[in-house]
Design a protein around this ligand. Structure first.
Ligand code: HEC
Length: 219
């Protein structure tokens, strides 16, 4: 084997390496990019499906569902218990507790002229927290459990129906009663949303594959 033969062999070998590497780099460029898009969706989809069905079973019934069948007139009778300490009229006086006019969505511990307990002020987070339907529901279930250190000396209404009725009545104590929450919305929306990314997933790899075809004849 003289040196020119060795050169040819080496040249052939290096040339082959060059072509193989080039094809590798070009095909990586063509096929690699679509992959990272998907995993983000896949992970998101799993969490709600696992948490979704479990959450409503473990917790109490959502207030939105309870309010859907609540009766404000029955709530007016229950509100008599609250009236030992609360007035409910517009501009009504503070008694042992603050006036409850327009309480739904009212900022916590912000009623004029009432000296709230330290516990209630803490809970208000400086006026950011509001008496949402949810907060009212938890508070009226068991005031001292929900707002540590509250001065509201009331044992609570453990029955779902009583609470829903009295909250439906509290809602009417307003010039513009707040809209009722959508029953079932919080529980069912999540699995439905989770299904969408899963269904959309097969569409994108198909788009990603398309550019490979026009590129193939070029080789
Ligand atoms: C024994 C008296 C008493 C009774 C009965 C009572 N409350 Fe109260 N309530 C209070 C006091 C006192 C406060 C202020 C609590 C604090 O500062 O910690 C309060 C606060 C509240 C607040 C918060 C108001 C705000 O401005 O942040 C709501 C809502 C409320 N009560 C609803 C009710 C409802 C509904 C009932 C009846 C189911 C009821 N209360 C029965 C004494 C009472």
């Amino acid at each position: 084997m003289d040196s020119s033969e060795v050169n040819k062999l080496l040249g052939g070998f290096l040339g082959t390496c060059f072509v193989v590497f080039s094809i590798g780099i070009v095909s990586d460029g063509l096929f690699a990019s679509p992959a990272p898009e998907k995993p983000g969706f896949a992970i998101e989809a799993q969490e709600p499906t696992e948490g979704g069905p479990a959450a409503p079973a473990a917790e109490a019934k959502p207030i939105a569902d309870l309010l859907a069948t609540a009766n404000a007139e029955a709530g007016a009778a229950i509100f008599k218990k609250c009236q030992a300490c609360h007035s409910g009229e517009k501009g009504g006086p503070n008694k042992v507790g603050p006036d409850l006019w327009d309480i739904v969505d009212r900022p916590v511990a912000e009623h004029e002229g009432f000296a709230y307990s330290a516990g209630m002020k803490d809970f208000s987070k400086g006026g950011q927290e509001k008496w949402t339907y949810d907060n009212l529901n938890h508070f009226i279930t068991s005031p001292k459990k929900f707002v540590k250190g509250t001065a509201m000396g009331f044992a609570g209404l453990p029955k779902d129906e009583d609470r829903a009725n009295v909250i439906a009545y509290l809602r009417t104590l307003s010039d513009n009663p707040k809209p009722l929450p959508q029953p079932g919305a919080s529980a069912e929306a999540k699995p439905a949303e989770a299904a969408k990314p899963a269904g959309a997933a097969p569409a994108k790899p198909a788009e990603g594959a398309a550019p490979a075809k026009p590129a193939a004849p070029a080789q």
